[in-house]
Ligand binder design. Structure first.
Ligand code: ZN
Ligand code: ZN
Length: 251
């Protein structure tokens, strides 16, 4: 059996564009058979509900509300909930999923809101976090297309992003980038903004993820599977059959 996780999820408490609360997201993923979810709301440099005219600490407390809502519900219903965020690199509006850092990191580093991306990337790494370039080739009005993803600054690439199943995500280009740089971790995420879309993407592992660090270790070890269109696939995107799953988990 594989344990499934959503890796790219927005809540309406914090992301202006999301329509479901953290608690609703937790319930929807439990029903879809997931073991856990990573909350990755738009950071306050993105499409956020968090007001700008508050002291940093209050802004960060509000920023964690979507996670807290999901976590509280997850604890009740038996769904593991982890904290992350989606950092927007201005002026390009390129987006980076940031994992393995917590609210303590955010409270300690108010400067990240204004930082050049290169400095943010170095700080995240030095602090033990990782950066996954989300939908690196998405074209949209709000994105100033960045022709050369800064591969030297990222740990991985979201090869499968399916928000609204939009062709504007150009996932095939993300796959090309990942293949050209075998060092890069590959992830899949729904970029879910509405609970009705639960179950379409994410990552699966042959064991339960115990912590953010465990998640990062599992990704780096290449022990994950991609969930694409609701099906489990290997890291090349080839569908694995249910009996192969059974074999691999019992061996
Ligand atoms: Zn959004
Ligand atoms: Zn997103």
């Amino acid at each position: 059996m594989l344990y499934k996780y959503e890796t790219h999820l927005h809540t309406s408490e914090v992301s202006k564009c999301a329509v479901s609360t953290g608690a609703e997201m937790a319930r929807a993923h439990k029903e879809a058979g997931y073991t856990g979810i990573f909350i990755t709301d738009h950071f306050i440099n993105g499409n956020t509900t968090v007001p700008a005219n508050l002291p940093w600490k209050q802004r960060m407390v509000l920023f964690a509300k979507g996670y807290e809502s999901a976590k509280e519900e997850g604890d009740k219903i038996g769904l593991d909930v982890f904290f992350g965020w989606e950092y927007t690199h201005m002026p390009y509006a390129a987006d980076y999923l940031t994992f393995n850092l917590g609210l303590d990191f955010l409270l300690a580093h108010p400067e990240i809101n204004e930082m050049p991306f290169e400095e943010y990337a170095r700080l995240v790494k030095a602090s033990g976090g990782i950066l996954i370039h989300a939908h690196p080739y998405r074209t949209a009005d709000y994105i100033k297309f960045e022709p050369n993803p800064q591969v030297h600054l990222i740990d991985g690439v979201e090869v499968n992003n399916i928000v609204s199943n939009s062709p504007n995500n150009h996932n095939h280009l993300a796959w090309e980038l990942a293949r050209a740089h075998p060092r890069l971790i590959r992830t899949s995420g729904t970029d879910i903004h509405s609970a009705g879309n639960a179950g379409l993407a994410g990552m699966a592992f042959p064991y339960r993820i115990e912590s953010n660090q465990h998640f990062v270790d599992a990704l780096r070890a290449g022990e994950g599977y991609l969930i694409i269109d609701g099906e489990n696939t290997d890291l090349e995107g080839n569908r694995i059959l249910p009996n192969e799953e059974a074999c691999s988990s019992s061996s």
